[in-house]
Write a protein that binds this ligand. Sequence first.
Ligand code: SF4
Length: 218
Amino acid sequence: MLDKLIGIYAAFFLGADIPRGVHSYRIDKCLSCNYLSTRASSLNWRDRLRKILFSPPFCTLCKCQIYEKTSQGREECALRKYKNEFPLWGRIYVKFNSKKKMNLTNLSGKQVQLNYDTDNAEYTVSLERISSEDKSYSFLLQLDFEAKDFKALKHLKNSCGSCIATKLVGIDGRKITTQTFVKNQGVLGTHTKYIYVGYLNEQEVLIEERIKVVYVIF
Ligand code: SF4
């Protein structure tokens, strides 16, 4: 609830925190969605009243005004939460208020959905569905270590050498940019692979974070 209130405050008073191109991409998706208030075939009485009283279009699932909702990197399309379907646009950032975790940003501009599962303390990157005719798919992630004890990147590894590969693109202080390639081996269905990020803290202790990568080849 607190996150939701912070998001509403940021959207209305601080403005967009994502690149303009990403914002336009998300708005276009909402404008063509049948859950948008201006396109929905049936509305309940509250939504009908709201539509009459307020002009800005809103999502009939989460009830947010779409221009503001799409302007925030932490937000995601409501389909996952309300319909358990893959969202039409993804979360750009996984950011923590505590300074103890690795923050993630999707830099690729593609439909890449980022999440952090607090129960399993696990990062997840879900990719849009990959056609069996596409030979490969790649995405860029920025890993941003806010922890004061980050000293140096030690390794980037993957769980499977033949179907996923991650390389270092650049390091800027505690910001590390990586590119991950998913190779289509012609096996249809859902695949789960991992990226392992190892780094040293100031006491020279090796710490490893794991990022789960989920994709569907159809
Ligand atoms: S947030 Fe998702 S479900 Fe809601 S209007 Fe936008 S695209 Fe449709």
